[in-house]
Structure formats: structure tokens, C-alpha cells
Write a protein that binds this ligand. Structure first.
Ligand code: GMT
Length: 383
């Protein structure tokens, strides 16, 4: 198939999922065309089946808000014609779904040139496109409309599907296709002793937090939890990513006098290398419709200590493959961290169970065929 993929190319779960999906599809022989305003950050290596088309948004003094969504729709239609795309797959409804709808309509009604071609589009819902941004009155009607107009809709958890049906009164069927992880890349690396030694001593535990540091991620809770843990267990914390709340977390670590134990690495594109040497992942988010970072950690046998929100319970089995506490319950999360990190055997046992679960339910080999099947279904319905 020839597939156009649009996503936010920056640091963020939806962009990561879209990029990894494109890479996996390309490896399975499909032609994949990424259409976005910059190259997706996880698209680090060239592949003959992967093409990237940049969307340029011309500036004009009149435009206080340059219309990216229109430039995107134009580029989508152009790429579809040039490369004879079978479909568009957009990740995160706002504004990608609206742009795709316009591109489809432009191609269907190109009477000026006497041509008409079909361009079905699929929308994958990821999280705040529904739970936060999409519920804003200024976005809700158009988001609902563009989802409803999609030729296929998927959500990355049962929670998100339910939320979309409730809040948006959508009548279009929504298929749940869970996020996935490549278990050959995301795995514990027994040969990484030297790499681990760069970050922590042998007698120290290594924890990771990975996010876009937005308020919904509650990054300062990581520092609170880690501060409590340090009183019992020697450890180091790697904070991976960047965003508006990074500086708050940096100041809190400084105030607590633990900043020499916390390393803020900023944005990283090879996160599997850090997760492969980590013992645990902190994910204290206010909301996660899935929690991709938790899954990536699980595949690497790093135990996720997360919050019991949104779709996280569909990923983590509390006490078996990780821990879940109420959002903001930093004492409780610290207690879970101390419980597992203070006991070698328990840590290894939970790490192994986490990897087993990641492989059994969320491995690319299980999930990517579901997308291929979904695409075929859409194309059959839209001859
Ligand atoms: O909703 C967001 O925060 C944006 C989005 C992203 O692009 O990072 O994250 C969502 O999609 C991820 C990938 O499907 C999920 O793993 C995250 O749980 C989800 N974030 C939230 O629901 C807050």
C-alpha cells in the first residue's frame, strides 16, 4: 500500500507511535510518506520505502496565525496525486483530521482539471486531542465533524474510545488498536554494564522519567518521589525530554539538595538505550490515555511506577508488571518504588513479568498487522 502519515513530529507519544508505525510498515514493504512541518524526531535512519514531505507555511504580515492546517491540506493532496497514495493516516485529530478531510474533498471535486480521485483518511485518536484540546468549545464542533467524516477511526485504548463516544457523541465506529513496542529494539541489554556505569554506580538504582514535560505529566512529582526514595535507597534519576515544566523540576531538585543525583538530559532520540539500563520508570501523570513510556519501559524490564488514570490500567497489572497509584499520591508512589527497588529478586521478577506482558500483548508483530488489516478494510469499503 501507499500510505501518507501525518503527525506532530516533535517530542510526544502520538508522533512517536506514528513514526514507529511508518517505519514498521516500510519494513513490511509498504511505501510510506510522512507529511509534516518537520522531520519526525524518531525518523533517524533512511529507508528506501520512507519519504518525507515538508509542509511549508508561508509567512505574510497579515497572518498573525499562519494557516498551517491549510498548507498541510494542500501538501496532502499534492503528495497523494504525485505518489498515488491509497490513503492518509493522521495521528492526533487536531488539526490533522480537518486537513485530511479537506485534502480528500479537494481531490474528489477537482472538476477544474476534470479529474477526481478518492483519498480515504483514517484518524487515530491519542489522548489530549480528545480529553483536553478537543473538549475546548472552540475546537469541539470541528474536531467532532472531522472525526465523524473519517473513513476509519482508531483509538489507542478502550478508555479513549469510551471517552470519545461519551464526550463527542460520535456515531462512526471506533476500533481500539493498542500502542505497540518493538521488542527487538526495546530490551534489557545485558552487555550494557559499561554504559550503565556512566550514569550510576553498581550499588545505585537507576530510574528514568520520559515525557514532554507538560503540566499533565506532573514532572515535579518525579522529584518528590525520588527525594523520598533517596532517603532509603541510593539511586540516580534520568529526566529525558523537555517542555514547559522542566525548569520547575530542576528548581525543585536544587531546593531539595538532590540535583547532583538527577540528570536532565533534554530531548533524546535513542531512548531505548537508557531504558535498557534502567531499573524503574516514573510516570506520575495526571492523565494518560495509554502511557507509551510505561510500555517501552516494560519491554526493557524496567518496572513502571505510574498513576491509575485513563488507559494505564489496560497496560499495567498493578503489583505484577508495575505499580499504579492515585495521581499526586507521591508518598504512595515512593513506597512502591522503595518496595521494589529494595528487593533484587522482586525487581527482576517484576521486570521479567513486564517484558513478558509487553511481548505477549503489545509487540509490533501483534499490532502492526492490525493496522494493515484496518487499512484493507477501509479500502474495501471505499472502492
Ligand atoms: O495527549 C497528549 O499528551 C499528546 C500525546 C502525544 O502526542 O504525546 O500523548 C498521548 O498519546 C500517547 C501515544 O498514543 C499516549 O501514550 C499518551 O498516554 C497520550 N497522552 C495523554 O493522554 C496525556
Amino acid at each position: 500500500m501507499r500510505i501518507g502519515i501525518t503527525c506532530y513530529p516533535t517530542y510526544g507519544g502520538s508522533g512517536v507511535v506514528a513514526t514507529e508505525l511508518g517505519i514498521e510498515l516500510a519494513q513490511r514493504g509498504h511505501q510510506v510518506h510522512f507529511i509534516s512541518y518537520s522531520q519526525p524526531i524518531r525518523l533517524t535512519e533512511a529507508h528506501p520505502n520512507i519519504h518525507y514531505h515538508e509542509v511549508e507555511v508561508p509567512q505574510y504580515p497579515l497572518f498573525e496565525y499562519p494557516p498551517y492546517d491549510l498548507a498541510l491540506a494542500t501538501r496532502m493532496a499534492e503528495v497523494a496525486e504525485l505518489y498515488d497514495l491509497d490513503l492518509l493516516h493522521v495521528h492526533y485529530a487536531i488539526p490533522h483530521s480537518v486537513s485530511a478531510m479537506l485534502a480528500r474533498q479537494m481531490l474528489a471535486c477537482d472538476r477544474v482539471r476534470g479529474k477526481s480521485r478518492r483519498l480515504p483518511y483514517i484518524t487515530t485518536l491519542h489522548g489530549t486531542d480528545i480529553t483536553l484540546v478537543g473538549l475546548d468549545r472552540s475546537y469541539l464542533p470541528i474536531t467532532r465533524f472531522s472525526i465523524q467524516q473519517s473513513n476509519g477511526v482508531t483509538a489507542i485504548s478502550r478508555y479513549l474510545k469510551q471517552k470519545t463516544l461519551e464526550e463527542f457523541s460520535i456515531t462512526t465506529p471506533i476500533d481500539v488498536i493498542y500502542n505497540f513496542v518493538n521488542c527487538d529494539i526495546y530490551r534489557r541489554d545485558p552487555a550494557a554494564k559499561a554504559h550503565r556505569a556512566e550514569w550510576a554506580r553498581d550499588d545505585e538504582r537507576l530510574l528514568v522519567h520520559l515525557s514532554n514535560f507538560r503540566p499533565v505529566k506532573r514532572v515535579t512529582d518525579c522529584i518528590e518521589i525520588f527525594d523520598r526514595l533517596l532517603k532509603k535507597i541510593p539511586a540516580r534519576l534520568l529526566m529525558i525530554g523537555d517542555g514547559p515544566d522542566r525548569v520547575k523540576a530542576e528548581w525543585l531538585a536544587k531546593q531539595k539538595g538532590i540535583h547532583d543525583r538527577v540528570v536532565f538530559l533534554g530531548k533524546q532520540d535513542r531512548v531505548h538505550e537508557k531504558l535498557a539500563i534502567a531499573d524503574a520508570l516514573l510516570l506520575p501523570s495526571e492523565m494518560e490515555s495509554f502511557g507509551l513510556a510505561a510500555l517501552e519501559a516494560m519491554a526493557c524490564e524496567a518496572v513502571p511506577i505510574a498513576t491509575n488514570v485513563g488507559g494505564v490500567p489496560e497496560v499495567i497489572d498493578h503489583g505484577q508488571t508495575g505499580f499504579m497509584c492515585e495521581a499526586g499520591a507521591v508518598d504512595e508512589m515512593a513506597r512502591c518504588a522503595i518496595e521494589v527497588l529494595g528487593d533484587d529478586a522482586r525487581l527482576r521478577e517484576m521486570g521479567k513479568a513486564a517484558r513478558f506482558e509487553a511481548q505477549a500483548r503489545f509487540c509490533t508483530t501483534r499490532i502492526i498487522p492490525k493496522y494493515e488489516e484496518f487499512y484493507r478494510g477501509v479500502l474495501e469499503r471505499e472502492p
